[in-house]
Design a protein around this ligand. Structure first.
Ligand code: SF4
Length: 263
């Protein structure tokens, strides 16, 4: 027991050192808090969209789904984006990480979590889970960059939260991705993704560190995808004190992936 505790303490110290080195590279204040998002996805105002079971029992084809998203104009974001940001990683991943939407860097590169938050996410994956981004799948709830001024996609500081209408329009794509990948679990990154996917109006500090069932039955009754909420990496950039909680969440994820069940 003593040996296990000592090993856990060493793991935690190594993780914190790695993240400290990473955090030191980044100025504080990336992705300023977005209080409007919380209001926009309040469960009462934005009920969980209906399950996308209308797509039928066959798993969707990711390549054609990606092509559909690339050409999508279902909401106004499709007319301002530089690139649709479909998702990245393994199409057979056991875990899917979900954020709220692309920002400036993602819009420019067409890939989710490629800015400073993304680099930190990569570091967490590697340090705690021993995984690369190509081992997991990473996606967002909305696939196009929500901008304050859609006329200036080249401007920095132009990010805004997605509206409930944009979330409702785009959300079925995420469920289609999940139906194709068939992951064992989802990790929601931050308050917005957690509220939207779980339909619960509680803050991330309350929701994190516990497993939930994804309320959309993509694979029939009795086969829920497990959901683990944790902090958005941008929150760790703003407040490094959150990294210990994130480490604990990632250890829970590691245990689930290794044992196939919740400890
Ligand atoms: S955000 Fe989603 S629904 Fe809106 S245009 Fe982009 S892909 Fe289509």
């Amino acid at each position: 027991m003593k040996r296990e505790l000592a090993a856990a303490a060493r793991d935690l110290a190594a993780y914190i050192k790695t993240l400290d080195e990473n955090l030191a590279e980044f100025p504080r204040g990336e992705a300023a808090p977005q209080p409007k998002i919380a209001a926009a996805v309040h469960a009462a105002e934005n009920p969980l969209p209906a399950p996308s079971s209308s797509a039928g029992p066959e798993a969707p084809d990711m390549a054609s789904l990606s092509e559909t998203v690339k050409n999508c104009r279902k909401c106004p974001l499709g007319y301002a984006r530089l690139n649709a940001v479909f998702g990245v990683g393994s199409d057979t991943a056991r875990v899917v990480f979900v954020g709220e939407g692309p920002g400036f860097q993602e819009d420019h590169q067409g890939e989710p979590f490629v800015g400073r938050s993304g680099q930190l996410l990569d570091k967490i994956l590697e340090t705690v889970l021993g995984l690369k981004r190509s081992d997991v799948y990473i996606a967002n709830i909305v696939k196009c960059h929500p901008m304050k001024n859609p006329e200036t996609p080249e401007a920095h500081g132009n990010d805004r939260p997605p509206t409930p209408e944009e979330i409702s329009a785009c959300r079925p794509y995420l469920d289609e991705q999940l139906r194709a990948i068939k992951p064992a679990c989802i990790v929601t990154l931050g308050s917005v993704a957690t509220k939207v996917l779980l339909g619960m109006d509680k803050g991330i500090s309350v929701m994190r560190g516990q497993w939930y069932d994804y309320p959309v039955e993509l694979f029939g009754p009795g086969h829920p995808i497990k959901v683990l909420p944790t902090y958005h990496p941008a929150a760790l950039l703003r407040n490094p004190n959150l990294k210990r909680d994130t480490w604990e969440d990632m250890k829970m994820l590691k245990s689930f992936l290794e044992n196939g069940k919740i400890a």
